[in-house]
Design a protein around this ligand. Structure first.
Ligand SMILES: [Zn+2]
Length: 656
């Protein structure tokens, strides 16, 4: 592990907190040190208050901030003298601790200080850095972990047994640190939890962290326990319907829809096929705080009911010993290891699945390295339970509020790169759905850079390309709940006697047949949607009220409309509802080039301006208006409606 310190970069971080922000970010950049909000850092500063009096202030990472992206505002100032004194109390309950910390903050509106604040306060050093380094966990979770840690570090670190984060840990460390620390002490290892380093300045403390973690890495390398991947014994064999069925079962067990992410890269697949998978995977997480996102153990295979029984047993066993009454969380797995699929992460959002996947990526390393040292052993499950059902964690969950309407659901939008399709992507993202955007325009692949969007370049007239697109979609999100059939073409205006066969055929191919192919390919997935499948067809005003000169377009959209109506008849029994909206005069789309607009206006003997607002409400209809209706048609408002055709056209005399 190398120091990432760079003088030029460091110089850009000014002010009293500058160096603290900079080295915190350096720690955050290395995923083998901290993951997703894990780890914390602090600095002790002397500051003048409004009366000119000097005060000792501890700036400690606030909850909700990630080290990688932390800003000065992410550090919460607390009264150091007072908080340090707390460590000497004989006991302090969690709610009391939270109250004491929150009432001794020195900036209104600062985030709640880390649960490890008292521990930071009780250490004498100006800068304190804390990570959950993979290498240290690998060593401390191997047989004789403590002995090995002492062998690596000698008297350079203080060693603390596992105690749950919070007051008890802080009080224990405060006592034990002064007992064990000597002239050479530069750090502290918390067994099965992580490591601290400290120093008089930010750089020293950071570089000591790198040095200490490197010592654990070197130890692992020396013991041939560093490069430990297991190659898969058989290739992966993902079938879309299998994944969608698994997603359905997990969502049903959870009581709400969840997104899945499948990872069958050699590292994950190899681990999922490990001959000792049961022993290695079922003991517990690499460090207990992963449990909030991962649950205490992954599911092996796809027996969701079996997993739920096992989880319920775990809950009953440990909740019986708890002081307060605990409320059981849902019993659905957040991770599965399957010899065919590899690793599967489950979460309420695509971001959650990405986090679970990353946590397990590091967990595999920790497990296999400990194993190479003589046998992986996780911390006692009681400790994992204590974190999972910790009051402070349960309070966080309660605060989360109700999720957006499409949380955990997946929509596929065709023609997603522009116009109505692009607006649909935004309307669904806003409502919490994971979105798959298909378009023959490659721009779709990079249009939205976020974990809940997957853009795929795809020609919908090519059945093989559709299959490939759906494979990618299911691998990334686990299934498809909603389908917006938006892609279409508008051939240039021609009188019937002038229509070329090619132009007619391409209207039928793109506007009708491609939609049939997509519907056919998606049907088995829609059938497995936890809340029932939904399809929205972007039709056209030309269906009820065709225009002269647009025979190919009008006929193809009418055929699509008929296809949708028959689908409502055939697929109602599968719980799939399909509704059509008929937009008109939506001019902010790719279809409406100036040329097409001029020619359509001419066909109605109007100016372009008249033609644009030619509706009963004299209003403009934008892509966004259509997209909002498309999204609502997939939501609870339309839960009892199928085969509807709804105009979104400002009112049209000929349709009325
Ligand atoms: Zn920690």
């Amino acid at each position: 592990m190398k120091s990432l310190w760079n003088d030029a970069e460091a110089a850009q971080f000014s002010g009293p907190l500058g160096p603290r922000v900079y080295t915190s970010r350096l720690l955050g950049r290395d995923r083998s040190l901290v993951l997703h909000g894990g780890g914390n850092t602090s600095v002790k500063l002397r500051e003048k208050n409004l009366f000119g009096e000097e005060e000792d202030v501890l700036y400690v990472k606030g909850s909700g901030w990630d080290l990688e992206t932390i800003e000065p505002a992410g550090f919460t100032p607390v009264a150091l003298g007072y908080v340090r004194k707390l460590a000497g109390l004989p006991s302090l309950s969690d709610p009391q601790m939270v109250n004491e910390l929150n009432t001794h903050m020195l900036r209104a509106g600062a985030p709640s200080p880390s649960v490890e604040t008292i521990l930071h306060a009780s250490l004498p050093h100006k800068y304190v850095d804390h990570t959950h380094a993979d290498a240290v966990l690998s060593v401390s979770n191997a047989p004789d972990g403590e002995k090995r840690i002492r062998e690596i570090y000698g008297d350079r670190v203080v060693v603390i047994p596992y105690i749950m984060a919070g007051f008890d840990l802080a009080a224990y460390c405060a006592r034990e640190f002064s007992r064990q620390a000597g002239g050479k002490t530069v750090g502290m290892v918390l067994l099965s939890h992580g490591i601290f380093s400290f120093g008089p300045d930010a750089r020293t403390s950071y570089e000591l962290m790198i040095e200490l973690v490197s010592m654990a890495e070197d130890y692992l390398a020396k013991k041939k326990a560093w490069s430990v991947g297991v190659a898969p014994r058989a290739p992966g064999a993902m079938k879309r319907e299998d994944v969608a069925a698994l997603r359905r079962a997990i969502s049903d067990q959870a009581g709400f829809p969840m997104v899945l992410k499948v990872n069958d890269t050699p590292k994950f697949l190899g681990f999922a096929q490990h001959p000792e998978l049961e022993r290695l995977s079922q003991q517990g997480p690499a460090t207990p705080d992963h449990v909030i996102r991962t649950k205490p153990f992954p599911m092996i295979g796809r027996d969701v009911g079996g997993y739920a029984r096992r989880y319920r047993e775990y809950f009953e066993r440990f909740s019986a010993k708890a002081k307060e009454k605990k409320t059981m969380l849902d019993a659905a797995p957040r991770m599965a290891l399957d010899p065919q699929l590899g690793f599967v992460a489950a979460g309420r959002t695509a971001k959650d699945t990405a986090i679970v996947e990353e946590l397990y990526d590091h967990t595999i390393d920790v497990i296999l390295r400990s194993e190479a040292l003589g046998g992986w052993r996780a911390l006692d499950q009681q400790h994992t339970f204590d974190i999972e059902y910790w009051d402070l964690e349960q309070a966080k969950l309660r605060k989360a509020g109700s999720p957006p309407v499409f949380a955990g659901e997946v929509v596929l939008v065709t023609g997603a790169a522009s116009g109505i399709g692009k607006a649909c992507v935004e309307a669904f993202l806003k409502r919490g759905a994971a979105v798959v955007g298909l378009d023959r325009n490659a721009a779709v692949t990079s249009q939205w850079k976020r974990p809940d969007f997957l853009g795929i370049e795809c020609d919908l007239t090519d059945a093989r390309a559709i299959q490939g697109g759906l494979d990618a979609a299911v691998k990334r999100f686990g299934g498809i709940d909603m389908l917006v059939l938006n892609a279409g073409i508008f051939p240039s205006s021609q009188a019937i006697q002038d229509i070329a066969a090619d132009s007619w055929r391409s209207a039928m191919t793109v506007n009708v047949e491609a939609n049939l192919l997509v519907m056919q390919a998606c049907h088995p997935l829609l059938k497995l949607a936890p809340r029932g499948g939904r399809i929205v067809v972007v039709g056209s005003k030309d269906v009820p009220a065709p225009g002269p000169g647009a025979a190919a377009y009008s006929a193809s959209k009418a055929a699509l409309n008929q296809l949708a109506r028959v689908a409502a008849l055939e697929w109602g029994k599968d719980g799939i509802r399909i509704n059509t909206l008929h937009p008109n005069a939506v001019y902010d789309t790719a279809l409406w080039t100036d040329e097409v607009l001029a020619s359509r206006a001419k066909a109605y003997n109007q100016t372009v301006e008249q033609y644009k607002k030619n509706n009963l409400l004299r209003t403009e209809v934008a892509s966004k208006d259509v997209a909002e209706l498309a999204a609502e048609m997939c939501g609870p408002l339309f839960a009892k409606t199928t085969a509807a055709q709804v105009p979104v056209d400002g009112g049209n005399e000929r349709v009325v």
